[in-house]
Design a protein around this ligand. Structure first.
Ligand code: SF4
Length: 407
């Protein structure tokens, strides 16, 4: 089993349904070996269990095996909340319904109708009870694909993979590229990478490596320099695009000719992983902050905060300096992202390297539903440094423009 691909880059499948519908048994059947605990006692899977595996031909996937949503124990509410988060992280939802049920699963129907995500319903226990045709029709009419799990395993597995193929999100069919549409064919990309005390020893960080790899895949010329050699590199190599770390964006813009397209790694990642027009509009909301406003710093993981932590120290200092306002900053790490966002004037979220695109988009959507602007660290830094319009130019986004989409 391949475990080296980060969770954030795996196709994420959430298994949901009532207790003892057969979710874990289904997972074991697909894996071809026991990877989840099963038992006839209802509620054996009490929390969300994550299981990474290779699923040919889809590649690395991450299963989120949830507890049953009809859990009536004292911990039931907490488990339901975790199931809701698993649904938010999912690219595809696998609903499991027992053929022995006399009525359709109402919660499953609600998820099919309201999640906005593809749902495949698997009717289990079909070797003992004939799956009710009328229930299957109800799930189908709500918008789900419906499969019957029967022996032999290989036949079911073929049907299951066929159904997955039909609903695979487009970013997994043709993964978007970091440099798509912003460098001319055969062009030259200048990467500006500070090698200071904050740079990891002896290696590059993932966005830098990914840009380099994408440039090679597209047969671009790559030039990589530290920030003290920008002018010299521009003169010698005449790049078509310059990309830098957000923390030196002011230096990059000062040293580049005004007509040279430029952006940051954070903005490239935000376009790939989030909703760049929304995050750009969120950064523009920094201009409207008032005395007494509270800003939420959202961290997608519980990393160890350093003395000069970007989210907790550097960004608050930059925003206070830029606005001159009395502002309060609160931090929410990992799973502590608040359910009620309405009291915040702005959310500044990290780049979310540890979470997948679906979860990042869900958080952006939570903010939109609460009518709170949301941006991310890199986009906010560019705004605080007064260069946001310039680094958005390669994507054709101006802050008053209608949303643009990645292609
Ligand atoms: S960018 Fe977000 S998810 Fe990645 S390490 Fe920082 S806080 Fe964690």
């Amino acid at each position: 089993m391949k475990q080296s691909v980060p969770k954030s880059q795996r196709l994420t499948l959430a298994l949901v349904g009532k207790t003892n519908a057969g979710k874990s048994t289904l997972l074991n059947l697909i894996a071809g070996q026991p990877v989840a605990i099963t038992s006839p006692i209802a509620g054996t899977t009490t929390d969300v269990v994550e299981q990474a595996m290779e699923l040919r031909p889809f590649g690395p996937v991450l299963w989120l095996d949830t507890g049953g949503w009809d859990d009536t124990t004292a911990l039931g509410e907490a488990r339901k909340e975790r199931t809701a988060k698993a649904l938010a992280r999912a690219d595809i939802i696998i609903g499991v319904a027992s053929s022995a049920n006399t009525t359709p699963d109402d919660e499953l129907l609600r998820v099919i109708r309201e999640s906005g995500k593809p749902v495949i319903v698997v009717m289990t226990h079909a070797d003992e009870t004939e799956p009710p045709a009328q229930q299957m029709e109800v799930y189908r009419s709500a918008g789900a694909q419906v499969l019957i799990k029967r022996e032999p395993r290989d036949t079911f597995l073929n049907h299951f993979k066929g159904a997955l193929t039909m609903v695979l999100p487009k970013e997994f069919v043709a993964p978007p590229e970091l440099l798509a549409g912003i460098v001319p064919p055969g062009g030259t990309v200048l990467q500006i990478i500070p090698i200071d005390s904050q740079a990891p020893k002896g290696r590059l960080i993932l966005p830098q490596v990914n840009v380099l790899r994408n440039a090679l895949d597209r047969n671009f010329i790559s030039v990589v320099v530290t920030e003290d050699r920008i002018k010299e590199a521009v003169e010698r190599f005449r790049p078509d695009l310059a990309i830098c770390d957000s923390q030196v964006v002011d230096r990059m813009i000062a040293d580049l000719p005004p007509d040279l397209p430029a952006t940051t790694y954070s903005i490239l990642m935000a376009r790939l992983k989030g909703d760049l027009p929304s995050l750009a509009a969120g950064a523009a909301a920094i201009r409207q902050l008032k005395d007494g406003d509270t800003i939420l710093i959202g961290e997608a993981c519980t990393h160890h905060a350093a003395d000069e932590d970007i989210g907790r120290v550097k960004i608050p200092a930059l925003i206070r300096k830029k606005t001159g306002k009395q502002l309060t900053f609160e931090v929410a790490s990992g799973k502590d992202f608040p359910n009620d966002l309405s009291r915040y004037a702005l959310i500044i979220h990290c780049g979310g390297c540890m979470i997948n695109r679906a979860f990042m988009l869900w958080r952006i959507d939570q903010a939109k539903q609460a009518t709170v602007p949301i941006t991310n660290y890199g986009v906010a830094i560019s705004e605080a440094q007064g260069v946001l319009d310039r680094v958005l130019q390669p994507f054709g986004i101006t802050l008053d423009a209608a949303p643009t989409t990645i292609n």
